[in-house]
Design a protein around this ligand. Structure first.
Ligand SMILES: Nc1ncnc2c1ncn2[C@@H]1O[C@H](COP(=O)(O)OP(=O)(O)OP(=O)(O)O)[C@@H](O)[C@H]1O
Length: 465
């Protein structure tokens, strides 16, 4: 068996030497790099099983390196080393997806132990640039928002309680429901999904509860409904907000009593089914308008899991994009393709109104249509480029985030004051320009008093001088 290969990136030669020696002694192969660019060059011909990197190097900072590396090799365990153990750097490192964080000076045993743990958790060829080794229906994500969701799924799944999964269209609500099922005691039993909106309302009742032969015209045979099919398993009702009121009443009764009749049937059937529901609509508003039963909402809504829109987890975009592209290319049987870093940047900055489904569809198209092995900015549809990066709240947020990350990587402190000053200056300048320099009107547009405006104007002028 070949020894696992660790790469070490640090501009401090002494650190590289002692760490490499300790790793070799522990049975690793080690290769040393003085800067981030050398690492990228080397990635073209080889790939490690894990990577140690410093975060304050000359050239590309370690955090930038981490971001770039994980965009391309999302499964590579990266151990970040830093003499600056401020919370912001540590948090950024973990948020970007670092496996571990070692404050310098570190104990060599500690570093070796961390390397061993990394290998134990990533036993496969972790640096394959994202092959389709995710199980079908696996929820992919490493952003803070998704990790929070994974934790919630873990807690809720075991409880066996019903849950309402909310989120915009295409965010992955069905995958969340599947994960809840997979992690529950019912995992060996069926997972049955029904999209309430996709079935004509007159057929919905029999679809859910089944029917007896002769129950209605065309019902020639007995039919088991989704409740029966899901017996001892999980029934996922998608787009629950579109369920007609009469059926809501019936569903509520079934949930309360745990039993039901097939349409046209006399036999009472027990339902041992965990019901999960999903909606992209505001059910509380529907209740207020009398379109959804409050008591049904309460019953479904024992636990609520909110799936964040893709624009709120831009960190997941490169990972998902590479995953979908690799999968689509594999299905089409072509040569592997990758996004260039600039293309990934543009995808990150886009607002994705259709969320993950839209990204997945785009990757399917690119797998077939993009001519080269590298999918660049020029291959992306104009709508995506138009939005990157400065327009729309998402573009603005993305730009702000980049700025914050860059300042954090530079070791900034007191960032909030710095950001607030910039925000205020931009607001005031733009409002004054839009109102021809008229302070009172500009103040009204911003929703601040005129005195506040004058004061802010003074301080922002002073600061920008
Ligand atoms: N985190 C994720 N990782 C991998 N694939 C995902 C993820 N989220 C969504 N997808 C994929 O995106 C597509 C849409 O997901 P899904 O059907 O679960 O969304 P939804 O929120 O239920 O959509 P709708 O509201 O339209 O029913 C699916 O093909 C799904 O596999």
């Amino acid at each position: 068996m070949t020894a696992p290969l660790a790469w070490i990136v640090d501009d401090d030669r002494a650190v590289r030497l002692v760490l490499a020696a300790a790793l070799r002694e522990a049975g690793f192969d080690a290769r040393e790099f003085g800067d981030a660019e050398a690492v990228f060059a080397a990635f073209d011909e080889a790939s490690p099983d894990l990577l140690f990197t410093d975060v304050r190097m000359t050239g590309a900072s370690g955090l930038k390196l981490l971001e770039r590396i994980l965009a391309q090799w999302p499964r590579l365990p990266v151990i970040v080393m830093s003499a600056f153990t401020d919370v912001a750097t540590t948090a950024s490192a973990y948020r970007l997806g670092a496996f571990d964080y070692l404050p310098k000076p570190f104990d060599l045993d500690q570093a070796v132990a961390s390397a061993r743990r990394a290998l134990a958790q990533h036993p496969v060829a972790s640096t394959a640039p994202l092959v389709a080794d995710y199980a079908e229906h696996e929820l992919i994500g490493r952003s803070a928002a998704m990790r929070e969701l994974f934790r919630a799924i873990g807690r809720v799944a075991a409880s066996g309680l019903g849950a309402l999964v909310t989120g915009e269209t295409g965010t992955g609500k069905e995958l969340v429901a599947r994960a809840l099922h997979r992690e529950s005691a019912r995992a060996a039993q069926p997972f049955v999904a029904l999209n309430t909106a996709a079935i004509p309302s007159e057929l919905l009742e029999s679809e859910l509860f089944g029917h007896e032969a002769g129950a209605f015209t065309g019902a020639t045979r007995r039919h088991a409904g989704r409740f029966e099919q899901a017996e001892r398993g999980t029934l996922f009702l998608d787009e629950i907000g579109d369920m007609p009121l009469a059926l809501q009443t019936r569903l509520l009764r079934v949930l309360a009593a745990g039993e039901f009749y097939r349409v046209g049937g006399r036999e009472l059937i027990r339902a041992d089914v965990r019901v999960l529901a999903a909606t992209h609509q505001d059910l509380d508003a529907k209740v207020a308008r009398g379109e959804f039963r409050a008591d049904l909402l309460h019953r479904l809504d024992v636990v609520r899991l909110e799936v964040p829109p893709l624009r709120a987890r831009a960190d997941d975009v490169p990972l998902l994009a590479e995953h979908f592209l690799a999968r689509a290319v594999a299905l089409a049987g072509g040569e592997p393709k990758h996004f260039t870093p600039a293309a990934l940047g543009a995808l990150r900055a886009y607002a994705w109104p259709g969320n993950v489904r839209q990204l997945e569809n785009l990757c399917r198209r690119l797998a077939v249509l993009a001519p080269g092995r590298e999918v660049g900015v020029g291959d992306l549809p104009p709508a995506i480029l138009d939005q990157a990066p400065a327009t729309g709240p998402a573009g603005w947020e993305a730009a702000l985030r980049h700025w914050v990350e860059a300042r954090l990587a530079e070791g900034a402190t007191d960032l909030r004051r710095e950001a607030n000053a910039v925000l205020e200056r931009v607001l005031i300048d733009a409002a004054l320009a839009a109102h021809g320099g008229h302070r009172q009107n500009a103040a009204r547009a911003l929703g601040v008093g005129r005195n506040t405006m004058t004061r802010k104007l003074g301080s922002s002028r002073r600061r920008s001088r």
